[in-house]
Design a protein around this ligand. Structure first.
Ligand code: NCD
Length: 291
């Protein structure tokens, strides 16, 4: 696997291979690059989890890391994405991890950059490493994907997590529904009523409202959002016994999720974060081992 930028470019076999290797890392598998590989991190959008768990993954494999401080870089002098990435290739980086606000940003790099590109998310497009850690968390819980039902709730239209998961989960045999404010509904993504679907699904996946991508303010107040679409104790009581709650984070307590639900018995949110390191170790190892 040369680049990991879009799960649509990977076969089901390749996806299972990544998940199996991530599981092996979770169980203590060791790979030691002994500092011989260096990974560069280029984050053009804010990130805590994706950035630092991708970096922790590299450190766990004994790689070296470099982080581009965008605010103090030549990006502010107008340097293009290609020229920035080409620089890191020139100084000997072995792979780059990029998050960028532009959908499909990676298309201008592939074929021109000869080191692997791992995407930490492109605009509202794809978030491959997040979907893979979501899949790992679901498989650890239920053993397989076939026949499971998931509802993705919230700002579906602006969420790369929703877009990536909707396609890959359907491809792996799950039934995927979406719900949330009608202003963020997306055609062709099985929109359903939130309260009606909760008792039927195995996974309730919540999303943050992506205010930074909006051109106008949300019509609902935070309180109204919480009342209509927030996962609270009352709604959790209607979930199936073995159903789980997921959220890519950052989450807004008492908006899409009630404060006391974030770490309740059904919540797997911090488990997702832990799995993020194993999945990203697998991704880094996949792209570096053939270099
Ligand atoms: C998500 C993202 O950046 O797409 N977060 C993440 O990577 N864990 C979702 C979000 O920002 O709401």
């Amino acid at each position: 696997m040369k680049n990991i930028v879009n799960l649509e470019y990977l076969t089901n076999e390749e996806i299972y291979e990544i998940l199996d290797e991530a599981d092996a890392f979770a169980k203590g598998k060791k790979v030691d690059y002994q500092g011989s590989k260096c990974i560069a991190y280029l984050f053009f959008e804010p990130s805590t989890r994706t950035h630092y768990s991708f970096e922790k993954a590299a450190l766990n494999l004994n790689c070296k890391t470099q982080n581009l401080d965008i605010q103090n870089s030549s990006v502010l002098k107008g340097e293009s994405l290609y020229d920035t990435v080409r620089f890191f290739e020139s100084i000997g980086s072995d792979a780059v991890v990029i998050r960028h606000p532009e959908n499909d940003y990676y298309k201008q790099l592939i074929g021109k950059i000869n080191i692997p590109i791992l995407s930490g998310g492109d605009g509202t497009g794809q978030h491959p490493s997040q979907s893979l850690l979501d899949l790992l968390t679901i498989r650890q819980e239920f053993g397989s994907f076939e026949g499971l039902k998931v509802v993705i709730v919230g700002d579906v239209q602006h969420s790369r997590v929703a877009h990536t998961n909707f396609k890959i989960m359907e491809r792996l045999g799950m039934s995927v529904y979406t719900s949330g404010p009608l202003e963020y509904k997306e055609e062709g993504m099985n929109y359903v009523d939130f309260d009606e679907i909760i008792p039927q699904v195995d996974v309730v996946m919540l999303l943050r409202v992506q205010h930074e991508r909006h051109t106008s303010n949300m019509s609902l107040s935070k309180e109204e959002y919480h009342q209509q679409y927030g996962l609270n104790r009352q709604r959790v009581e209607t979930m199936k016994e073995n159903a789980i709650i997921m959220h890519p984070a950052p989450f807004n307590r008492n908006v899409e999720i009630a404060d006391d639900i974030v770490e309740c018995e059904k919540a797997r949110i911090f488990k997702q974060m832990e799995n993020g390191v194993y999945v990203r170790m697998a991704l880094i190892n996949q792209v570096l081992k053939d270099e």
